[in-house]
Design a protein around this ligand. Structure first.
Ligand code: NAD
Length: 503
């Protein structure tokens, strides 16, 4: 049996358990059907129905928010050491079922096994990292004054809502849920409707690891139904959201009446700038990796290539050769580099840019077509002869599609790089250190890598500027979001009291 057949056999075994009941909501440690019925989860590989999924609504969210609220005090007050041990057990549970998570994620999202097997383990790493931070999470500081012993400490904000998208959904959800739990918050998670499978596995693993009932609740369903109700619920103190910029602005409005604290990780149209003095072979590897891995359905993808005029022709020629060689195929085949796009709607959106590029006057140097007659497959695509005013340079396509733009001077490169509503990541390739310093100082992005692809180091801040987000994840920044600063002043003696009404 080849590796693909082996993975398909495992997939059938993993999915068999969802045949009769489908995926239910998990509220207070119990399986609960959806208030609004069910919906079918569709595999992008062959458009077949994977299983039925509970369609949650406001009543389900209310039950989940109450469960999270009831579980809050005892989770908050659990000694840090015990909370740490539970989170480490969650990490171990993820590691033990990493293959199941990866295989289900591939089938649910179309992402290639090559990358999802690593993403599942990354989810475990997120839990381990934040488990190790639990002990310090509440540490305060002593702010001196002559008359008061001022202590500033941190306490968890309360029950929080986590709303996640469909691209690498398992890993992204652990990124939010692990620090929220480590802080002492309880969680209601609303996974993306297009990718419910692995969120179910996560809540199961967490409960098996000893997470008390109600600490993590999962309500499936659509954004305008379950998602909206979550952002409006008065018991939910904060919303950590990952998704499109326009959804972020809708959530801001929905959360206004209950004054929600908000953390947004949104879209991107990230530039990779290649100067002619760079190590061009390494730059080529990075440019290809950062747009064509994970199907290009990646917020940090370098979807705009800014290449210096002196090397443009050679660089693009090498790019075309490599792009045409990328293996598009079944996501459960370990050799596959690009799988199908998530859904029909998203596939149609990505494909529409092939015509938009032509209308705008760009050249399709590679790809620009669909592949196969079943599933949502597109060929990896490269647009050349583009300028930054074109829609293919301004809009987030969110597929394996790269737009290449020529520049001649450093100043011009900077102007083009910043001429976008987004500001998530930037990638700069040059061997001139002073230029790298000048350029990165002015580049409008929350995260920048010099002579590197995106290498995420968990203690560093992750997030965007402009329409790409509000707030930061990672290290202590996550605790800043999920916790409140609390000031307590102890009078040390005889500071002068102000007496009103004194006789
Ligand atoms: P989306 O905004 O359509 O949906 C994301 C989630 O929000 C889903 O769970 C959806 O059900 C929910 N939602 C939709 N409308 C809602 C509403 N009115 N109220 C509450 N919840 C609602 O995004 P998507 O298409 O699933 O994901 C792709 C987008 O996510 C891209 O723009 C991508 O750049 C972005 N993204 C950003 C990051 C980052 O770290 N910056 C990471 C991954 C993805």
């Amino acid at each position: 049996m080849n590796a693909l057949d082996e993975n398909l056999q495992k997939l059938r075994k993993y999915l068999a358990r969802f045949e009769s009941t489908g995926i239910q909501n998990r509220i207070n440690g119990n399986d609960v059907g959806g208030e609004l019925g069910q919906f079918a989860s569709i595999s992008p590989v062959d458009k077949s129905a994977i299983c039925q999924v509970a369609r949650g609504g406001a009543t389900d969210i209310d039950a989940a928010a109450k469960a999270a609220s009831n579980a809050f005090a005892s989770w908050r007050d659990l000694p840090a050491k015990q909370r740490r041990e539970i989170l480490i057990s969650v990490a171990e549970g993820i590691e033990a079922r990493a293959e199941e998570i990866a295989i289900c994620e591939c089938w649910d999202t179309g992402q290639a096994y090559k990358f999802m097997s690593k993403a599942a383990l990354r989810g475990a790493e997120n839990f381990r990292y934040f488990a190790d931070q639990v002990i310090q999470a509440r540490d305060g500081q002593h702010l001196k004054s002559p008359t008061l012993m001022n202590i500033t400490t941190r306490v968890p904000i309360g029950p929080v809502g986590v709303i996640t998208p469909w691209n690498t959904p398992f890993m992204l959800s652990t990124w939010k849920i692990a620090p929220a739990l480590a802080s002492g918050c309880t969680v209601v998670h609303k996974p993306a409707e297009a990718s419910p499978l692995t969120a179910r596995l996560l809540v199961e693993i967490a409960e098996e690891a000893g997470l008390p009932a109600g600490v993590l609740n999962t309500v499936n369903g659509f954004g305008e139904e379950a998602g909206k109700a979550l952002t409006e619920h008065p018991l939910i103190r904060a919303i950590a959201f990952v998704g499109e910029s326009k959804t972020g602005s809708i959530i801001t409005k929905q959360g206004a009446d209950t004054l929600k604290r908000l953390h947004f990780e949104l879209g991107g149209k990230n530039p990779v700038i290649v100067f002619d003095d760079a190590d061009l072979e390494r730059a080529l590897d990075a440019v290809i990796f950062m747009i064509y891995s994970i199907n290009g359905e990646r917020c940090t993808s370098s979807s705009r290539l800014l290449v210096q005029d002196t090397i443009r022709e050679t660089f693009e020629a090498k790019l075309v050769e490599r792009v045409n060689n990328i293996k598009v195929g079944h996501p459960l085949d370990p050799a596959t580099e690009i799988g199908p796009l998530i859904s029909e709607e998203h596939f149609n959106k990505v494909v529409s840019y092939f015509d938009i590029a032509k209308t705008d006057g760009a050249t399709i140097a590679a790809g620009g077509k669909t592949q196969g007659d079943e599933g949502y497959f597109v060929a990896p695509t490269l647009f050349t002869d583009a300028n930054n005013q074109m829609r293919i340079a301004q809009e987030e396509i969110f597929g394996p599609v790269l737009t290449s733009i020529e520049f001649s001077t450093e100043a011009q490169a900077l102007e083009i790089a910043n001429d976008t509503q987004y500001g998530l990541t930037g990638y700069v390739w040059t061997n001139d250190l002073t230029r790298a310093l000048r350029f990165t100082d002015k580049l409008e992005a929350g995260m920048i890598w010099v002579n590197s692809e995106n290498v995420r180091h968990l203690p560093t801040p992750f997030g965007g500027v402009k329409s790409s987000g509000i707030g930061r994840d990672g290290g202590d920044w996550s605790f800043e979001f999920y916790m409140e600063q609390k000031h307590i002043g102890f009078a040390m003696g005889q500071h002068k009291m102000t007496k009103l009404g004194a006789l």
